[in-house]
Design a protein around this ligand. Structure first.
Ligand SMILES: [Zn+2]
Ligand SMILES: [Zn+2]
Length: 141
Protein backbone atom coordinates (compact mmCIF):
# COMPACT_ATOMS: atom_id res chain seq x y z
CA UNK A 1 0.00 0.00 0.00
CA UNK A 2 1.33 3.43 -0.88
CA UNK A 3 -0.15 4.67 2.38
CA UNK A 4 2.45 2.74 4.38
CA UNK A 5 5.86 4.23 5.02
CA UNK A 6 8.88 2.84 6.83
CA UNK A 7 11.97 4.45 8.27
CA UNK A 8 14.77 4.12 10.78
CA UNK A 9 17.43 6.03 12.65
CA UNK A 10 21.04 6.07 11.47
CA UNK A 11 22.08 2.94 13.38
CA UNK A 12 18.83 1.05 12.81
CA UNK A 13 18.06 0.47 16.50
CA UNK A 14 14.80 2.40 16.10
CA UNK A 15 12.57 1.42 13.21
CA UNK A 16 9.04 2.49 12.52
CA UNK A 17 6.11 2.08 10.20
CA UNK A 18 3.34 4.57 9.54
CA UNK A 19 -0.12 3.97 8.17
CA UNK A 20 -2.27 6.48 6.39
CA UNK A 21 -1.56 9.79 4.77
CA UNK A 22 1.42 11.74 6.04
CA UNK A 23 1.17 15.49 6.55
CA UNK A 24 3.21 17.83 4.37
CA UNK A 25 6.67 18.45 5.81
CA UNK A 26 7.12 21.55 7.97
CA UNK A 27 10.60 23.02 8.37
CA UNK A 28 11.16 24.59 11.79
CA UNK A 29 14.06 27.00 12.22
CA UNK A 30 13.62 27.72 15.95
CA UNK A 31 16.66 27.68 18.23
CA UNK A 32 15.70 24.36 19.83
CA UNK A 33 15.46 22.65 16.44
CA UNK A 34 18.69 24.30 15.32
CA UNK A 35 20.59 23.01 18.34
CA UNK A 36 19.14 19.53 18.16
CA UNK A 37 19.80 19.03 14.45
CA UNK A 38 22.62 21.43 13.62
CA UNK A 39 20.41 22.99 10.94
CA UNK A 40 16.62 22.89 11.03
CA UNK A 41 13.91 20.38 11.82
CA UNK A 42 11.98 19.03 8.84
CA UNK A 43 9.14 16.78 9.95
CA UNK A 44 5.93 15.23 8.80
CA UNK A 45 3.19 14.27 11.21
CA UNK A 46 0.90 11.29 11.73
CA UNK A 47 -1.78 10.19 14.20
CA UNK A 48 -0.12 8.39 17.12
CA UNK A 49 -2.32 5.37 16.51
CA UNK A 50 -0.90 5.14 12.97
CA UNK A 51 2.71 4.89 14.10
CA UNK A 52 4.27 1.57 15.11
CA UNK A 53 7.74 1.84 16.66
CA UNK A 54 10.23 -1.01 16.93
CA UNK A 55 13.18 -0.59 19.30
CA UNK A 56 11.45 1.92 21.54
CA UNK A 57 13.94 1.13 24.34
CA UNK A 58 16.63 2.92 22.32
CA UNK A 59 14.70 6.21 22.38
CA UNK A 60 15.55 8.92 24.89
CA UNK A 61 12.82 11.52 25.40
CA UNK A 62 14.06 15.00 26.12
CA UNK A 63 11.63 17.56 27.45
CA UNK A 64 12.80 20.78 25.77
CA UNK A 65 9.76 22.70 27.04
CA UNK A 66 6.84 22.17 29.38
CA UNK A 67 4.81 21.70 26.22
CA UNK A 68 6.47 18.89 24.29
CA UNK A 69 9.10 16.17 24.20
CA UNK A 70 11.74 15.34 21.62
CA UNK A 71 12.74 11.73 21.02
CA UNK A 72 16.19 10.75 19.77
CA UNK A 73 18.15 7.54 19.41
CA UNK A 74 20.41 7.16 22.42
CA UNK A 75 22.89 5.09 20.41
CA UNK A 76 23.42 7.08 17.19
CA UNK A 77 21.86 10.40 18.20
CA UNK A 78 19.40 10.67 15.31
CA UNK A 79 16.59 13.12 16.00
CA UNK A 80 13.38 11.14 15.60
CA UNK A 81 10.16 12.53 17.00
CA UNK A 82 8.53 15.63 18.42
CA UNK A 83 5.32 15.28 20.35
CA UNK A 84 3.22 17.84 22.21
CA UNK A 85 1.73 16.50 25.45
CA UNK A 86 -1.81 17.36 24.43
CA UNK A 87 -1.55 16.09 20.86
CA UNK A 88 -3.05 13.03 19.22
CA UNK A 89 -0.38 13.30 16.57
CA UNK A 90 3.36 12.85 16.53
CA UNK A 91 5.93 14.56 14.32
CA UNK A 92 8.50 12.37 12.58
CA UNK A 93 11.72 13.67 11.03
CA UNK A 94 11.42 13.48 7.25
CA UNK A 95 15.04 12.38 6.89
CA UNK A 96 14.34 9.05 8.60
CA UNK A 97 12.02 7.71 5.92
CA UNK A 98 13.15 5.12 3.43
CA UNK A 99 13.53 6.74 0.01
CA UNK A 100 11.68 7.65 -2.05
CA UNK A 101 9.48 9.01 0.70
CA UNK A 102 7.16 11.06 -1.49
CA UNK A 103 7.34 13.80 1.13
CA UNK A 104 7.63 17.52 0.33
CA UNK A 105 8.41 20.55 2.45
CA UNK A 106 5.42 22.90 2.37
CA UNK A 107 6.57 25.91 4.39
CA UNK A 108 9.01 27.23 6.97
CA UNK A 109 8.28 28.35 10.55
CA UNK A 110 10.21 30.35 13.17
CA UNK A 111 12.32 31.91 10.44
CA UNK A 112 13.02 34.85 12.76
CA UNK A 113 15.16 32.46 14.86
CA UNK A 114 16.93 30.91 11.87
CA UNK A 115 20.70 30.40 12.10
CA UNK A 116 22.75 33.09 10.36
CA UNK A 117 24.88 30.62 8.38
CA UNK A 118 22.32 29.60 5.74
CA UNK A 119 19.54 31.05 3.62
CA UNK A 120 16.13 29.67 2.70
CA UNK A 121 15.54 30.33 -0.98
CA UNK A 122 13.13 27.62 -2.09
CA UNK A 123 10.28 30.06 -2.70
CA UNK A 124 8.02 28.40 -0.11
CA UNK A 125 6.11 30.46 2.48
CA UNK A 126 8.21 31.61 5.43
CA UNK A 127 6.57 32.45 8.76
CA UNK A 128 8.47 34.58 11.27
CA UNK A 129 6.98 32.52 14.09
CA UNK A 130 4.57 29.58 14.02
CA UNK A 131 1.86 29.16 11.45
CA UNK A 132 -1.68 29.83 12.68
CA UNK A 133 -3.43 26.51 13.18
CA UNK A 134 -0.22 24.51 13.54
CA UNK A 135 0.48 23.21 17.05
CA UNK A 136 3.86 24.49 18.27
CA UNK A 137 5.42 25.45 21.60
CA UNK A 138 5.73 29.13 20.68
CA UNK A 139 3.63 32.00 19.30
CA UNK A 140 2.29 32.19 15.73
CA UNK A 141 2.47 34.96 13.15
ZN1 LIG B 1 20.06 4.91 16.16
ZN1 LIG C 1 11.57 24.22 16.08
Amino acid sequence: MSDEHTGACLCGSVRFKTRGKLREVVACHCSQCRKQTGLYYAATNVARENLVIEGEEAITWYRASTFARRGFCKICGSALFWVADSADEISIMAGLFDQPSGLKIAYHIYCADKGDYYEVRDGLPQYRQGRPGLLTAGPSD
